[in-house]
Design a protein around this ligand. Sequence first.
Ligand code: ZN
Length: 219
Amino acid sequence: MKFFLSNINTLWIWFIEALFPQKCLICRKEGAYLCTKHKTFQPAPPNQVRFRYLDKCLASTKYFSQPSDKVVEFFKFKGFKILGDIMAKEMIKNISPNSLQKAIFVPIPLHWTRLLWRGFNQSNVLVLALQKQYPPLQICYDLKRVKRTNQQARLSKKHRAQNLEKAFRWKSSKFPSQKIILIDDVVASGKTLDEAAKTLKKLGAIKVVGIVFARGGKS
Ligand SMILES: [Zn+2]
């Protein structure tokens, strides 16, 4: 069922993209999703989150600024998966050539109920867009979300940690020995990435780094 809905969504977006020419998400000028005037992303603010398990988190741009907000809005909530290519181009600047070759890239998974609702996992789209730019990139989908969590932003600080506790599980008997790079679209409190890193570190991961498109404020 979820694959059926996901395919319908893909077809629908393909139809929309074929029917309507690309227009700048900010000023509606025809020609590209970001025109020359609006294609520069603001640098990401420095990380203010103290992670317990994640070694570090690198972001390409600032959330709550333009054009990153519009890009995330259309990509994640309006299903314009093609914008993943623009985001990946920014993200890849934060990945060292050594990591590109040797690390394992793991997208942050969605619980199947949210996947059904959205039709696609934004992190999967981003990791595939990164691979398009660097084809030897190794991707692993063995990290699964086994708990349906509430949106972190809607919870009190006290309930956020409980909400994500044991949310992830590694679904394979094999565990990579390389450095692991977790891919996600946006980081705010960092709790999701840290919980995923906790799962991986408990299984023996030596280094887990997060690479995200945009960083919002600490909340
Ligand atoms: Zn524009």
